[in-house]
Design a binder for this molecule. Structure first.
Ligand code: FAD
Ligand code: NAG
Ligand code: NAG
Ligand code: NAG
Ligand code: NAG
Length: 535
């Protein structure tokens, strides 16, 4: 069987031609910018390499139910973004912005194919990626097309004692990540990325370039957690930098079921959200085979301590003796070195943070839940059994501790609402190769089964989910049908809890015609809405 990926480069990527609107766009854009060289049509030789340059999930390129962009615009200045918005509207094309291309449902470079699909343009802003650091004011301006790795690297080039709280994966883009939340190893101490954004530049639906003052506080509030895709195009964020010591300590401690993994994870659930905020321990669990060939679960306690080893050891002994942390498990390094070590377990030069190439050439599906009460040992055993029985489903379970600063910030402070009461986030992550037809549907079905199975263990009413771990199975907007606020609340309340209504009102103010639409963009709510919508 020929792997589908091998034929990717030819026929599969050709988009449905929609010449008239595309032609009108090209004329308009060229007239406005005099830069036709920034445009890539599907029938030109560079289109595929530009399209694939940041794609992390092959699923949407291979899926017969997805469409690809009719054109890619590779913007190198804010004026190109302005022209793209104005010309796309004038040509009745839709727009999807792409920064780092890590969207879990491919929404920056593909769309759900339906009877009323409108052709769309992908506005790729990966060239807009400069970072400027001011160590005395402890701030950075970072353009949205930069990756987290580029931001981290730029900070470390200037100082060894400042950092930024965001995700662990260095190829993730600032544009999507910072506006959707941003959780990682500094979150317990400093909050999510959204809690550390102080200003932004955004181009709105009328092509105006706005900052915090000119866009209005309600829109600036929405951009901190609800993503930006439904509101405009982010050009840059101004962020606060946070203090880290010159040396931090990292460790990975592995346990299998025979090594009491279940007991230690059970204990971790009670403790991890209450540890000293300098101590971050996440749990990564996968089905594995033991030395004697029997099935087991391998658990890794993947950790960062903001301080020296000699302080960590007594702290770990006192607050989490069940882990059995030893001096030989601990490695001291600078914060910048810890980024790739925590993510990959490899000690590599920090220059690797600048590598933007996609890490994988496979497909994945992920989803998330929040956990409010520790799962009993018997419950963990049921979950392990579920994972071990599915031998063709190499699920990775990632438990990310909350608490600390995350519990202090109010749910309505910014759009990201997952605060006090959550002890950890659980992410389900499954990767596969599409070697034959039907493989993907089988994996997706198993993931849905897993989510049903997990229901008793996780938050409910609403069953909360993290927007940056976008999951289309929660519900979606259908193109050509106006989605009511009420219908969208089914998934909107999961991502945004009590903030969803205000998000829809902001959308109604800044994009009343819903130009910035995607399958999970915030719906428009204007006036007071209907009586039922008030409830
Ligand atoms: C391997 C991997 C590891 C990850 N690790 C973490 C982690 O540790 N912590 C965490 O919190 N999250 C993590 N994520 C999730 C990540 O935060 C989200 O997928 C994020 O939205 C990706 O942003 P992006 O710019 O790379 O993606 P894109 O696909 O470019 O964009 C994502 C969404 O944002 C929109 N968008 C992008 N840029 C802009 C812009 N400039 N203006 C307006 N809208 C825009 C897109 O249209 C799309 O809807 C991870 C994802 C992957 C694939
Ligand atoms: C995908 O990547 C793997 C590992 O990096 C490699 O062995 C394989 O050949 C690649 N497959 C394709 C189809 O590119
Ligand atoms: C590519 O497509 C565009 C628009 O659809 C068309 O104008 C152009 O002639 C095509 N070019 C080639 C080389 O086929
Ligand atoms: C080109 O732009 C000018 C103003 O910049 C405008 O007057 C003119 O109508 C435009 N032409 C086309 C074909 O869009
Ligand atoms: C597992 O726990 C049991 C009982 O609590 C203990 O006797 C045993 O030493 C532990 N095993 C390991 C490998 O820590």
């Amino acid at each position: 069987m020929v792997p589908l990926l091998l034929i990717l480069s030819s026929s599969l990527l050709i988009s449905p031609t929609s010449s008239a609107p595309v032609h009108s766009f090209i004329q308009c854009f060229t007239n406005q910018t005099n830069s036709p060289n920034l445009l890539y049509l599907p029938n030109t030789s560079y289109f595929n390499s530009v399209l694939l340059s940041s794609v992390q999930n092959q699923r949407f390129l291979l899926s017969p139910s997805s469409t690809k962009p009719s054109l890619i615009v590779s913007a190198t200045s804010a004026s190109h973004v302005q022209a793209t918005i104005i010309c796309a509207r004038a040509s009745s094309l839709r727009l999807r912005t792409r920064s780092g291309g890590h969207d879990y449902e491919g929404m920056s470079y593909s769309a759900f194919k339906g009877p009323n699909s409108t052709p769309f343009i992908t506005l790729d802003i990966s060239a807009l990626r400069s970072v400027s650091i001011d160590t005395s004011l402890k701030i950075a301006w970072v353009q949205a097309g930069a990756t987290l790795g580029e931001l981290y690297y730029a900070i470390a080039q200037n100082t060894k004692t400042l950092a930024f709280p965001a995700g662990l994966c260095s190829t993730v883009g600032v544009g999507g990540h910072l506006s959707g939340g941003g959780i990682g190893s500094l979150t317990r101490k400093y909050g999510a990325s959204v809690d550390n954004i102080v200003d932004a530049w955004l181009v709105d639906v009328n092509g105006r370039l706005l900052n915090r003052k000119t866009m209005g506080e309600d829109l600036f509030w929405a951009l901190r957690g609800a993503g930006s895709a439904g509101y405009g195009v982010i050009i840059a964020f101004k962020v606060n930098l946070v203090a880290v010591p010159p040396k931090v300590t990292t460790f990975n401690v592995d346990k299998t079921l025979r090594q009491n993994a279940t007991k230690v994870v059970a204990r971790w659930q009670e403790l991890a959200h209450q540890f000293d905020v300098n101590l971050y321990i996440r749990v990564i669990a996968q089905a594995d085979t033991d030395a004697d060939g029997s099935k087991t679960i391998q658990v890794t306690f993947n950790s960062l301590y903001l301080g020296r080893k000699e302080e960590l050891l007594p702290l770990a002994q006192q607050s989490f003796p069940e882990l059995g942390l030893k001096a030989t498990d601990c490695i001291e390094m600078s914060w910048i070195e810890s980024i790739l070590f925590l993510y990959s377990g490899a000690r590599v030069p920090p220059e690797m943070l600048l590598d933007r190439n996609p890490e994988f050439n496979s497909s994945f599906k992920a989803a998330s839940d929040f956990v409010k009460h520790p799962i009993a040992e018997s419950g963990l055993e049921e979950i392990w059994k579920f994972m071990m029985e599915a031998k063709d489903e190499p699920l990775v379970l990632i438990l990310d501790p909350m608490g600390g600063r995350m519990s202090e910030i109010k749910e309505e402070a910014v759009a990201f609402p997952h605060r006090n009461g959550n002890i950890y986030n659980v992410q389900y992550f499954l990767r596969w190769f599409e070697t034959e037809e039907g493989v993907t549907e089988k994996h997706l079905e198993w993931m849905r089964k897993l989510q049903r199975f997990m229901a008793p263990y996780v938050s409910s009413k609403p069953r909360a989910a993290y927007y940056n771990y976008k999951d289309i199975d929660l519900g979606r907007n259908v193109e050509g049908k106006e989605t009511s606020y009420l219908a969208a609340r089914i998934w909107g309340a999961k991502y945004f809890k009590g903030n969803f209504r205000r998000l829809a009102k902001v959308k109604g103010r800044v994009d009343p015609e819903n130009f910035f639409w995607n399958e999970q963009s915030i719906p428009v709510l204007q006036g007071f809405g209907s009586l039922r919508e008030l409830l």
